[in-house]
Design a protein around this ligand. Structure first.
Ligand code: NAP
Length: 279
């Protein structure tokens, strides 16, 4: 049984016979991994762009706080608890979305992350398993489940949050790079396969983004190691920067498909070339 909490101003409605019908249908955007970082920032931003935002993740308490903030700022948002490593949970997400009024025009596959920085010869298989399950198979499950609704809208957009690690490898990043390369391959293949149908596929590849949890998750809660990732980098990207990129791609006229947007902080010229100051 899935608990869904829907909040926000009611859609405009009009009496037709004995039935009240919506006359202004707000477009629905689903954001996975919205309980923190880039996902939360994207949900907030899309709400200001006028979307009814469906926020999905496992930590419902954090989603609740996010929805409260969106609603008090005048937006519409719905919480759907979802573990995207579970077929059943993802089916529940699709069912919850189907119960909402309005065309489903945007899916942001954001949930994901890295585990570990071990060389290939020593990295735990379980870390790779987790990274593939969340980043790759999670994106696959959710995209498959929501494609019919996106197509039915007549103007769907699938955003895939991959990474610069989906374009190039680095030492210690084998499992994450492999998963993100797979996510990139999924996005590129999907775009080819959907050609001629009304769904565009947008891949966003960020470099270093200073979010509160990404490096903490990667280093299993080791805060010092996590902070060291950003040490001396004057201005790493922040979650709002990526939300801005996603919102820009999603709000272009629908015939404009931004295939891939690679975005890094000024201080990061390449994966291995980061300008740091201080001790
Ligand atoms: N930060 C960076 O430097 C960076 C750079 C390039 C790309 N990216 C990508 O951008 C995305 C977001 O990164 P972030 O920095 O915002 O990371 P984050 O703060 O760690 O957020 C990750 C999100 O994924 C969700 N998630 C994890 N496992 C899940 C599961 N089984 N089911 C549902 N949701 C799950 C988490 O929610 P729950 O734990 O509540 O489920 C959380 O909301 C990721 O795909 C990441 O790989 C990040």
């Amino acid at each position: 049984m899935i608990h869904i909490s829907q909040r926000g101003p009611a859609a405009d409605s009009v009496e037709v016979g004995k039935v009240r019908k919506n006359v202004r249908m707000t477009s629905i955007a689903i954001v996975t991994g919205a309980s923190s970082g880039i996902g939360a920032a994207t949900a907030r931003r899309l709400a200001t762009e006028g979307f009814h935002v469906v926020v999905a993740a496992r930590r419902v308490d954090r989603l609740g706080e996010l929805v409260d903030g969106i609603v008090s700022a005048g937006g519409r948002a719905t919480t759907v608890p979802c573990d995207l490593t579970s077929d059943e949970s993802v089916a529940g997400l699709a069912a919850a979305v189907a119960d909402l009024d309005g065309p489903v025009t945007l899916l942001v596959n954001n949930a994901g992350g890295a585990r570990g920085l071990d060389p290939v010869e020593r990295s735990p298989v379980a870390d790779w398993q987790w990274m593939f399950d969340v980043n790759v198979l999670g994106t696959l499950r959710v995209t498959q489940a929501l494609l019919p609704a996106l197509e039915a809208s007549g103007a769907g957009t699938v955003v895939v949050l991959s990474s610069t690690a989906g374009l190039i490898v680095y030492e210690g990043g084998g499992g994450y790079a492999a998963a993100k390369h797979a996510q990139t391959a999924l996005a590129e293949t999907l775009r080819l396969e959907l050609c001629g149908r009304p769904i565009r596929v947008v891949e966003i590849d960020p470099g270093m983004v200073h979010t509160e949890e990404f490096a903490l998750v990667r280093f299993d809660g080791d805060a010092d190691r996590a902070e060291a990732v950003y040490a001396g980098v004057a201005e790493p990207l922040v979650a709002d920067d990526i939300a801005d990129c996603i919102a820009w791609c999603a709000t272009r006229p629908h015939h404009v498909n931004i295939d891939r947007l690679v975005v890094r902080p000024l201080a990061q010229a390449a994966q291995h070339k980061v300008h740091r100051v201080g001790p």
